[in-house]
Write a new protein. Sequence first.
Length: 165
Amino acid sequence: MSIQAPLPFFALLLAASMPIAHADDLGVVGPTYDIAEPDLLDVIESRLKYMEKTGELARKQNEHRDRVVAAVEKPRPVDGLKATVTRRRFFIDPTWILDHDIRNADGAILFARGLRVNPLDHVSLRERLVFFDGRDRRQVAFAQQALASPEGGAKPIWSPVSPWR
């Protein structure tokens, strides 16, 4: 017959056998010095005040604003998109297949691996999409013609910029 002691008893026994920790004052080991470096926030604040006084801050703000405006008005072209030579029509299938199970907090499967989902089964496009490069006058003319067609219902998507505003 074996006697089983509860786990808290062993934990108490282990804690009682450990040495008691205490701290001693070991005295001064070496000299101490004040911090020699200026506070970083003070340095930044004084630099900004100097830049404001000399007009450099306003110049840098204007340069940054101009860069942001230029990036919005003339974004970089999308890599891989080129103007077509012959008229073509593309049909896409945006269906995707779930590659793993999606479970809720309790572990029950909400969506099983292998589920096929086509977003266009749930939401339809109400208009045609017309992609064009706003820097190319031929493409702009084509887009204007396509948008003015009696079929209507077209949405312009320009890259990188359109002269229309």
